[in-house]
Write a protein that binds this ligand. Sequence first.
Ligand code: ZN
Length: 632
Amino acid sequence: MKLPVIAAAALAAGVNLSSFAAAPIPLPEDRAYPGEIHLTVDASDLAHRVIRVHESISGLPADAVLLFPKWLPGNHGPTGPLDRLAGLMISANGARLNWTRDTIDVYAFHVPVPSTAATVELDFQYLSGIATRGGRAEIGQNVMILDWNDLILYPAGYYSRQITVQPSLKLAEGWKLGSALEPLVLNGAQTTFKPITLNNLVDSPVYAGRYTAQLDLDPGGAVPVHLDLFADRVESLYVKPDQLAAHRAMVQQAYKLFGSHHYAHYDFLYSLTDDVVQKGLEHHQSSEDGANADLFTAWDKTAYARDLLPHEYTHSWNGKFRRPADLWTPNFNVPMQDSLLWVYEGQTQYWGNVLAGRSGLRTRQQALDQLAMTAAFYENQTGRQWRPMEDTTNDPIVQMRRPEPWRDWQRNEDYYNEGMLIWLDADTLIRERSKGKRSLDDFARAFFGINDGSYVTVTYTFDDVVAALNAVEPYDWAHFLHERTDSVGKPAPLDGVRRGGYHLVYADTPTDFEKQADDGRHRNNQTFSIGVDIDQKGGELAEVIWDSPAFKAGLVEGDVLLAVNGTAYSPEALSDAIKAAKGTKAKIELIIKNGEHYKIVDIDYHEGLRYPRLEREATAPALLDEILAPRK
Ligand SMILES: [Zn+2]
């Protein structure tokens, strides 16, 4: 971005640029905030999807600065939904105070506080997305999600762990809530929670709803672990015994892996509806999770969604308890740096998939099929020619998860899944070099298992990761990691698949797992053949792969595929045409509509249908099977 014209002109004229700065915003210091925040939230207005907030804050200085949380943990970026804050009125001693927003940091509000005021009173609303107007809806007809960072302004100048909040929440009649927060007083629809640090409050969201169920995932365990379900219909809450058993096994397998826990109790807050945003967001003592209403009732069709809980659960160890040093921030308005997300998210993606396999949330075959899809994605990805994987750790700040054109060329948050492949690579290498005596499990136990029972975050650096790997298996891990994280133009890191006793092949039918995943997304996935991902029924191209045959034919995202070789588009018609062109010189003729424009294009592609799967390499030990087997 260029310097604004006015500032450039001022510079040229020799004007002091400090005149463009607003009043100072105090930097956070690690000292106790001398007052308290009483936070009263009314979330009973379901009709308007509006949450009303009242705050009573003591201890503010004369030139107070109040902050709306901007850099949100787990989002890894500046995503605080400031545009949803409305109706801000501030008063003291019964008189209105005129706040002014900081013009450079628009998340900061300057408030002149009279010296006679013991408390300052704030009222504002949080406007949840309204489904018909787009945007993410946190409030549905029967389920709601309350993130406290949306519902608080807090004083600048202090670490968030040094500010105490007394929260209370009013829900609609008959609604129940789930949260890691501990209730102090329950009075009908009103719950007052125990006082808590701002840090832990933001880490303890609330899910609430009309139809709820709570299942015990660790009966007789040292600390409680609960599955809290919130749905639109009672039927969605029926969890069969084998489904419950797999979720309980996930908890036990995590304990066997990490040898510790970093919570006093844990709640999976799980929405089973598409009426509210389906989240996957980690916290120390809970997670915000979402799936379709039929997750349990159509169990044989939803395996693709079932690594979510083990992923978010792993984050209690990797991400919340242990966190990259540059990602840790003293409050919610200091910028984060995301350089080690390939550990934070990449290794969590790895353990999420492994724990899904070990617990029975997925079968071994489903876990292998999932890995095949990831391996194929990176084997074919074009963006790796110009952009190192590590650079994608900046995407939560650069892209902020907005839709982007040409995702394959741009790359997008590849620290998750390419990170996972790197950790599989490391795991199999440790197993091979130690002749099966050690594995990445030993790293997990040593690195994440310290300070059992504590949930005070311990930070780490790249060198700490390398040292911990070396303690498990001596090797040049710094070189190993650099080669895979910050270089360009290298093939995808698929050594873990090969060393795991498998190789990646392409067949002319999808695996059952891929079919489930494609059906779940309503997509006809031809990314590995002609290079398009198509809306199953409507024929709209959701993605065109850079440099693919479809790309070379001039297709773009948003084109609608009307006909294939003279026949109306259907997934079958396209498959038939791709099969017919295999090994011939015949082109695949498509009729395309984009807005008012129609065109006919020929696709020059002759390699047939291609769907990834893993094939066993009979001569190599099946390390992947060992990794996915439940631990005794
Ligand atoms: Zn994650």
